[in-house]
Design a protein around this ligand. Structure first.
Ligand SMILES: Cc1cc2nc3c(=O)[nH]c(=O)nc-3n(C[C@H](O)[C@H](O)[C@H](O)COP(=O)(O)OP(=O)(O)OC[C@H]3O[C@@H](n4cnc5c(N)ncnc54)[C@H](O)[C@@H]3O)c2cc1C
Length: 512
């Protein structure tokens, strides 16, 4: 067991913050190197750093923020926070956590300055080159080590400019840290594994301020937990080393859209395709329904079904896979959808597959769908009907659901190989709603009510057991089983070993 002193007597973070005096804050500032900075609420740089990406949690104000530039400074900040009895909560990216778990009234550790990216090619025996239609992939071409502040968007230029690829998610501003710690799904994961499956090692600052390197050969239990056990449970990860692939050539890309009239045949065909291609690592799909707008007629007019993805293979094969979808819809929709199927460079695909979400307010509820829990026509009909009852909001992102097809490499790993347990899924489903900062309070209330009803209209009173830990839902009761299944007990054992006093803690954190 890692030796730790007992933390100061428990107090709420707000009470604890009130007990921290100016001398304590000066001590923290003095302990930091010149590259890191402490911000207090009166500093002009404090407000933008305090604000999370999801403004739903904008009212949670940190007592102080350390903009961390080095691992040593993270150690100093963690040691200081323990000593004064404040929680220390890391935030990478812009703070995308759906449940506000990267917000705190204690000490916020903003990792955005840790932006280093170091590439180590590994030519020779360990890499292997294979051709998939118009693309040549050198698997495991080398490693790339990134600082905790690196975002998906920071990695994309590696692909666009040098053909180097690490699987990431859709949103450029999501932090690689939170993404990999909770799993990481995207448009290449069937081929190359989840983001966490590409992790080789990670540097972790523990609750006692010690720094450990976790990998298969060192602190293997912590390394296991850092691949799906979710952020802020075991320590502050300050860097991550991933295996990368080297690309040469093109990929197949498609982007399809129909009016909501086609929802039942499209969703049925898309689910059949996902099942038929479950073991085909090359085919990637995200399918969903959505709408946006304020007035009822806008919401109806904007309601649509959509599918997007990429394929590591020939255009002919991609057309054959998509044929049932390409045959659906009006003549105009069919023509537009057929035209969207084309060959592009992996860099162009990465841009086309990226989506930025307006920085406003949103909520999500997810479900892991297996071949036994795919959506029936009745469930799809219920979802479409409820979508048209969406109360509306000023957020362009609107509302709906998205389903990310899994399988391939992801499902090759046993559920206990890493902490990411969902290894027999066909889809990860996410129901979302959003509203704008300027919407009046009743819009938020109506959206949250609608969101709950939307989910339960689809799944009834017995929704699928598992949910995705990177789409945390603060209202989920049995979250231990939903996020971690049979891996939860092992996560608790890792937690007891590396953070026995539960210093890193939040409402759905791994317990001791
Ligand atoms: C618009 C949007 C799009 C998304 N798209 C995808 C997608 O395509 N694929 C996918 O898999 N997920 C996606 N997600 C979910 C995303 O993976 C999670 O929200 C993820 O946790 C975000 O990581 P972050 O570092 O940006 O967020 P944060 O809010 O900073 O962190 C998330 C959690 O990890 C902790 N944490 C952050 N940094 C560290 C660190 N360095 N060490 C230890 N703990 C840390 C935080 O305290 C918090 O508990 C999306 C989310 C949003 C809002």
């Amino acid at each position: 067991m890692v030796g730790l002193q007992a933390p100061p007597a428990a107090a709420s973070p707000t009470e604890a913050a009130e007990r921290v005096g100016p001398r304590d804050w000066r001590r923290l500032a003095a302990a930091l190197s010149s590259r890191s900075t402490l911000y207090r609420p009166r500093d002009s740089n404090y407000p933008p750093l305090a604000l999370p990406f999801n403004h739903r949690y904008a009212g949670i104000h940190p007592a102080g923020i350390v903009a961390c530039a080095t691992t040593r400074d993270v150690c100093a900040a963690v040691r200081w926070a323990r000593a004064v009895g404040l929680p220390a909560v890391p935030r990478s990216g812009l703070g995308h956590n759906y449940a506000g778990y990267s917000s705190t009234t204690g000490l916020l550790l903003n990792m955005a300055r840790m932006k280093s990216i170091a590439v180590t090619p590994l030519p020779g025996a360990r890499s292997r080159t294979r051709t998939y239609g118009p693309i040549k992939v050198t698997h495991d071409a080398g490693t790339v080590t990134v600082g905790a502040g690196v975002t998906n968007g920071d990695l994309h230029p590696l692909l666009e400019n040098q053909g180097m690829f690490v699987p990431t998610g859709r949103c450029p501003t999501v932090g690689v840290a939170g993404l990999v710690l909770g799993g990481g799904i995207g448009f290449s994961d069937k081929m190359f594994g989840l983001t966490c499956d590409r992790l080789v090692s990670t540097t972790v600052v523990l609750a006692d301020g010690r720094v450990v390197e976790a990998s298969q050969d060192s602190h293997a239990d912590l390394f296991w937990a850092c691949r799906g056990g979710a952020g802020n449970n075991f320590g502050v990860n300050t860097s991550f080393t991933f295996q990368y692939e080297q690309f040469q050539g093109n990929v197949g890309f498609y982007q399809l859209r129909w009016s909501l009239d086609s929802v039942v045949p499209v969703m049925a065909a898309a689910q059949r395709i996902a099942v038929n291609t479950l073991d085909d690592k090359r085919f990637h799909l995200r399918v969903g329904i959505g709408t946006h707008g304020l007035a009822r007629d806008q919401i109806r007019a904007n309601a649509n079904v959509n599918a997007i993805g990429q394929f590591y293979g020939s255009l002919g094969e991609l057309h054959a896979i998509l044929a049932p979808l390409l045959a659906i819809g009006t003549a105009e929709e069919r023509a537009r959808n057929n035209e969207s199927v084309r060959e592009v460079t992996p860099g162009q695909a990465s841009v086309l597959l990226s989506a930025t979400t307006p920085v406003d307010q949103f909520a999500a509820k997810s479900a892991v769908l297996t071949s036994r829990t795919l959506l029936t026509d009745k469930q799809i009909g219920a979802a479409a009907e409820k979508l048209l009852e969406w109360p509306g909001s000023g957020n362009e992102d609107g509302a709906g659901f998205a389903m990310f097809a899994l399988g391939g490499e992801i499902n090759q790993a046993p559920p206990d190989a890493t902490a990411f347990v969902h290894r027999n899924a066909v889809f990860i489903f996410a129901a979302e709603t959003s509203w704008a900062d300027y919407d009046p309070p009743h819009v938020e209330t109506a959206n949250l009510r609608w969101h709950r009803e939307f989910y339960y209209d689809i799944f009834g009173n017995t929704p699928p057991e598992q949910s995705y830990q990177n789409f945390p839902d603060p209202t989920l009761k049995d979250w231990r089983r939903a996020y971690y299944g049979a891996n939860y007990d092992r996560l608790v054992r890792v937690k007891r070993k590396y953070d026995p006093t539960d210093f890193f803690s939040y409402p759905q954190g791994i317990g001791t």
